[in-house]
Write a protein that binds this ligand. Structure first.
Ligand code: BES
Ligand code: MN
Ligand code: ZN
Length: 503
């Protein structure tokens, strides 16, 4: 879908449908919605009076205009209560409206800028959110469905603005929104692919092709190289699978050579069976999404390459399968990680922290700082926070706060969990430096404490996305399946750090 900004009057654009809006409780629509109401001879006001249009958040009412306006239909979307209205409401509202209009066969759609009038929002931000919500909300994963879709696709979205002087800033909002949403959908595609279509090698190839297209530096470490580097933790996980492990490295150079490069790390388990500590079969298919962190990092690198912030960023994705092959890691095995620490493997299903551990060491070896890792790390985090937000952990409060803020701007909610020293006790091993599981209590925290052994003194944040990475039911602009959570947070963080560095 193409998104364009045009200067004009929403009642006079030739489109299949025009989207206007209403806050909850408003009886007499003003602004552009008011103008459309007038052109329609008061139909919208009448429907409000009759209680059919209430303005409830994400409510969509379709009206056929029967030649009274150029748009053939008008979709009135509810913005909900004005005091609760945010940029994320705009994303959700556009997703709902676009999906309704797609269902009725609309190809060309126009919209006014929600939030710009009575909402009192920054218009560039509003237009960015509007673009993001539309592109994210229309996403679908149909790569393997041979049957024709029940609906066509919206081909063009026109954002209609009356004031010509505003167009340049609106265009920059559209561009940022488009880049973020398209990168997220790219990530969703990778994550939704089943494990037989998204092996570690496939992941590396997708990243390689992307890097060439987006102008990024690219490298893949193969098994031998990883052996030389002493990545015993990562290789321990990989040894149960016939698929070759790949350590993907992508580099973006937009900043000073002297400035500190941001390192982003994504867990790339293309399938997590649990290994010898095998998972129950019910729901195991979901573990095709255990590379969601890795997918998010690759997708974020794409958006960063397109938006070109003045900062250097390196993306690292350790990619492997966790399978119980004949050579597999066994409970009780002891591994030596790249930083020299020894790990007692209590459960082969706590594999994510093993591969991320070596990725953190490698990032430190490259001199990257600060570090942010994104991983579907623990079921415990999903139990604690559900699929509504990610868990954050870190060794540097300022950085944690920046990451949470970057997420907030993206509509990706992040909740910090504590890293009290006492939790470390649970990871103590009698036969090695550390164990890879700390028991059932506070599982998300002990996993983070384990990672902290490898980020050492580099400023670092860990995002556990096990909850929100994959959802079972559509929610706003999030489609069932992979959400692409983390992509927009990482990009926003890179943009914010770039701003800081240029000061
Ligand atoms: N990939 C899983 C975590 C997960 C669970 C992600 C559900 C998404 C949805 C991870 O590798 C894992 O298996 N963690 C174990 C750790 C335990 C053995 C200490 C878990 O959470 O049960
Ligand atoms: Mn696991
Ligand atoms: Zn896993």
């Amino acid at each position: 879908m193409e998104v364009k900004v045009i200067c004009g009057d929403i009642t006079k654009v030739k489109v299949d449908a025009a989207i206007v809006n209403l806050f909850e409780g408003v009886e007499h629509p003003g602004g552009a919605t008011g103008a459309v109401d007038q052109a329609l001879g008061g139909t919208i006001s009448q429907l409000i009076g009759e209680g059919e249009i209430k303005g409830k958040l994400n409510e969509v009412t379709l009206i056929h205009t029967m030649g009274k306006t150029e748009p053939e239909r008008v979709a009135v979307v509810g913005l909900g209560k004005q005091e609760k209205f945010t940029y994320d409401s705009i994303r959700g509202v556009m997703a709902a409206a676009c999906r309704s209009l797609r269902k009725v066969g609309a190809k060309r759609v126009a919209t006014i800028i929600h939030g710009a009038g009575a909402g009192g929002m920054d218009v560039e931000g509003a237009v960015q959110a509007l673009t993001e919500g539309s592109i994210l909300g229309l996403y679908g994963f149909r790569k393997h469905v041979t049957k024709e879709a029940e609906h066509g696709e919206i081909e063009e979205l026109l954002i209609v603005e009356r004031d010509e002087s505003r167009l340049p800033s609106l265009e920059s909002g559209v561009n940022r929104g488009r880049v973020l949403a398209e990168a997220t959908n790219f990530g969703r595609d990778m994550i939704n692919q089943p494990a037989n279509y998204m092996t570690p090698s496939d992941m590396a190839e997708v990243a390689r092709g992307g890097a060439a297209d987006w102008g990024l530096e690219f490298n893949v470490l193969e098994r031998e190289e990883m052996e030389r580097l002493g990545m015993g933790a990562f290789l321990g996980v990989a040894q149960g699978s016939k698929q070759a492990p790949k350590f993907i490295v992508m580099g973006y150079r937009g900043g000073d050579l002297a400035a500190s490069p941001l390192g982003v790390i994504g867990k790339g388990l293309t399938f997590d069976s649990g290994g010898i500590s095998i998972k129950p079969s019910e729901g195991m298919d979901e573990m095709k999404g255990d590379m969601a962190g890795g997918g998010a990092v690759i997708a974020a690198m794409r958006a960063i390459a397109e938006l070109k912030p003045r900062i250097n960023v390196t993306g690292l994705v350790p990619a492997t399968e966790n399978l119980p092959g004949g050579a597999a890691l066994k409970p009780g095995d002891i591994l030596k990680a790249m930083n020299g620490k020894t790990i007692e493997v209590v459960s082969t299903d706590a594999e994510g922290r093993l591969i991320v551990a070596d990725a953190l060491s490698y990032a430190r070896k490259l001199g990257l700082s600060p570090l942010v890792d994104v991983a579907t790390l623990t079921g415990a985090c999903r139990i604690a926070l559900g699929d509504i937000c990610s868990g954050a952990f870190g060794n540097d409060q300022e950085l944690v706060t920046k990451v949470i803020k970057a997420g907030e701007e993206a509509g990706e909610r992040i909740w910090q969990l504590p890293m009290y020293e006492e939790y470390k006790e649970q990871n103590k091993s009698e036969v090695a430096d550390v164990k890879n599981t700390g028991g059932r209590y506070a599982g998300a925290i002990t996993a983070a404490q384990f990672l902290a052994e490898f980020s050492e003194d580099t400023p670092w944040v860990h995002l556990d996305i096990a909850g929100p990475s994959f959802i079972k039911k559509e929610r706003g602009y999030l489609i069932k399946g992979a959400t692409g959570v983390g992509v927009r947070t990482l990009v926003n963080l890179a943009l914010a750090l770039a701003e800081e560095q240029s000061k």
